[in-house]
Design a protein around this ligand. Structure first.
Ligand code: CP3
Length: 354
């Protein structure tokens, strides 16, 4: 493998010095890019893009080709490949988001749940290997998974965008059943992320997109505990370099102190928190990634530059910040506005690293 030419992202996650604040964008490969929509048309569907390593590589590279100021690549895939491999039958209906053919609600079905054979996810590991080859040492590659809680919301509810009442009822009425789902999913995610690392992922991120829906005590019991189990089971270095881990609970900034204790190298921040205050609360334990509101990218280059400068000023001097959006880039983002954000990060961050 070629040596890494730009390791600013990995250095920032390890809270080592960099000359500017490195940046990438959640969902940087996606529908806001016309070249992505073209590839999806050729592939036939979103799932075909995910399941074919050639397409997954092509789409992963699109934002990097367009935006020379990006500091990391992220594997093109989806968190829902895991419940798909666990036998639930993932499908997408045009314009409706992900759905599952089967749900996990009955005790008998939950008892039958199993850790899938990683061979069923080989297409993901093949994509990781092919992307690494294509990157040729230019930028580091991020692997990822959903958190057990977030994956369980899809498995129990059968779809996204719900009020989570079915899974929350299970949490309060039959916690034993939910713990069984979470335990098996945590074992699966640990194996899945480690296989991505061995295939070439140089950092890994756990998306806990729905952790913020949990009540205060329930967050620790049903989400954070299982992310801690995963983090403690991760391969910590590969190819002579640390493999940093990032944990991101959307809507979870109330619990940053607890998140900082689970052994992850960095925490993701949505836009609900002031990043300077977050930095004070977590101290030197972790790096921070985020926290620009993705809606800002719908505005103008001037407004974007102002908001970027605010986030950077709030974080202040020193290392340990990876600039990012507080959640995925929306499909209505004009691609030139993403470029404006990246330019503003490079320009306005340099003074904080002198
Ligand atoms: O960042 C990247 O470029 C990598 C790709 C990536 C996708 N999904 C591609 C995708 C990543 C990291 C994900 C993670 C993911 N998937 C999460 C966690 C992050 C988050 O947004 O909170 C979640 C909750 C999912 C589940 C999922 N997949 C939903 C809810 C949807 C439909 C709604 C939506 O935003 O599109 C998807 C589909 C999906 N995953 C698309 C992409 C590019 C759009 C599919 C299309 O082309 O129509």
């Amino acid at each position: 493998m070629s040596p890494l030419k730009n390791d600013n992202f990995l250095r920032a996650l390890m809270r080592q010095p960099t000359d500017y604040t490195p940046v990438w964008m959640m969902r940087q490969a996606g529908r806001y890019l016309p070249e992505y929509r073209e590839s999806r048309k050729t592939a036939g569907s979103f799932l075909q893009l995910c399941k074919n390593p050639g397409f997954a590589t092509e789409v992963t590279m699109q934002p990097l080709d367009r935006y020379p100021l990006l500091d990391a690549a992220i594997l093109f895939s989806d968190i829902l490949t895991v419940p798909d491999a666990m036998g639930l039958g993932l499908y997408f209906e045009e314009g409706e988001g992900p759905k599952f053919e089967r749900t996990l609600r009955e005790e008998a079905d939950i008892k039958k749940l199993f850790v899938p054979d990683m061979a069923d996810l080989q297409y993901v590991f093949d994509a990781v290997a092919q992307i690494r080859k294509t990157l040729d040492g230019g930028l580091p590659l991020i692997g990822f998974s959903g958190s057990p809680w977030t994956l369980a919301t899809y498995m129990v509810e059968g779809k996204g965008g719900t009020d989570f009442l079915t899974i929350k009822k299970m949490a309060y009425a039959r916690p034993d059943l939910l713990h069984r789902i979470l335990d098996i999913t945590a074992q699966t995610v640990t194996q899945y992320l480690n296989a991505q690392i061995l295939a070439g992922a140089q950092a890994v991120m756990i998306f806990d997109s729905w952790g913020g829906a949990l009540a205060h005590d329930a967050y620790g019991e049903f989400s954070l505990n299982y992310m801690q189990k995963i983090v403690s089971g991760l391969i910590k270095s590969n190819d002579g370099r640390p493999v940093p881990s990032i944990v991101f609970t959307k809507g979870g900034a109330l619990w940053l102190e607890a998140q900082a204790e689970i052994g992850a190298d960095a925490l993701g921040l949505d836009w609900a928190v002031d990043i300077g205050q977050a930095r004070q609360r977590v101290g030197h334990k972790v790096a921070l990634q985020g926290n620009l509101d993705p809606a800002i990218l719908l505005s103008t280059p001037d407004a974007i530059a102002k908001q970027v400068a605010k986030v950077l000023a709030s974080y202040g001097s020193g290392h340990g910040h990876v600039f990012n959006l507080g959640h995925g880039i929306t499909q209505w983002t004009p691609p030139e506005n993403a470029a404006a954000m990246l330019e503003a990060v490079r320009l306005h961050s340099q003074p904080y690293h002198r």
